[in-house]
Write a protein that binds this ligand. Sequence first.
Ligand SMILES: *[C@@H]1O[C@H](CO)[C@@H](O)[C@H](O)[C@H]1NC(C)=O
Length: 397
Amino acid sequence: MAVKESKQRLQCIMGRCFSQLTILCFTYYLSIVAVGCNRQEEKDVKLLTTTGENYLRIRPGVPFKIALFADLHFGENAWTNWGPQQDLNSIKVMSTVLDDETPDFVIYLGDVITANNIPIANASLYWDQATSPTRDRGIPWASVFGNHDDAPFIWPLEWFSAPGIPQLICPATSSPYSGEEECSFRGTQRIELMRNEIERNTLSYSQRGPKDLWPSVSNYVLQLSSSDKPQLPVAFLYFLDSGGGSYPEVISSSQAEWFKYTSQEVNPDSRVPEIIFWHIPSKAYKEVAPRFMIFKPCVGSINKERVSAQEAEMGIMNILSKRPSVKAVFVGHDHGLDWCCPYSKLWLCFARHTGYGGYGNWPRGARILEINEQPFSIKSWIKMEDGHVHSEVILST
Ligand SMILES: *[C@@H]1O[C@H](CO)[C@@H](O)[C@H](O)[C@H]1NC(C)=O
């Protein structure tokens, strides 16, 4: 079943490549190839890596640019006038960044939606809005889950006072009983959100991850390939689900094992650089956090709150810090932090709060990542909504 699905998806991607996405394929030449899941999904891996034509290639002589959209929080206060206006503001931030930076790829770094504020049965409708600026520009993307993405709706206390409960939008239904289910407000589970994103978007490179890691879903790796040889990896991008919402905020020991196993399999001699993305900072971020001002070697512009880390450390940091090819970890979650600090041989970085949803009024922006093939380097900076650029840092050479 899984094999069949991914085959269909490939054909879809290719179909789009030769129709609507001709410009993307032949102008951008970016090259991301989905690889590796785990033992059980070996058939998927083969399909994805031997098909060949699925490859999108990096533009020769031009660095590969990624925009990180963190903490968009679509659907916040969905029942008021304020909430939907914040979503429009967030679309403006993303549109501005996409038009100014013209990235080759976008990463949605979790808390795409505030599910606990969404009083409709299907939160994918808000998820779709959040990915629309990227989709509209024909730019491919990948996403990971944050702690707000699959939470059930939390009924506001004030709804039970004088003005009462606002009229809720439940889909019209012809069957007499199914309406109850469609107005259940139980939240849209990770697996449904991911299925809806993948099946409806040929530009999405997200994956559902190995089944034996569920309820943790957004665990997968993408290969960034050389401009002249699609089989030659320039970097591997790892996505991990740091939990929260329907289960604890943690990267489990099986996820750590999965990373260890997969990285050894796809990059056995640790030669190709690896970059890691998840939502909630691990406890290691607390160890390197600047106390007040941000001084070198840390680089950033706001340090306005404490790191609120995952609930426990179950081994991932030990594996990452011992593996020479791991260059940096990127997280969101803390809207008042945007720094990068070194931690043993790698960098721990926050993105920048991109959305108008979520707490905090610090000006919005997006962290940009630039990977250069020859000579190899990973650079990063923050692009603000008003066009201002700051906090440039070289993360690897
Ligand atoms: C939820 O919305 C998504 C995308 O908007 C759609 O593909 C999916 O079919 C919907 N699911 C249900 C159960 O209505």
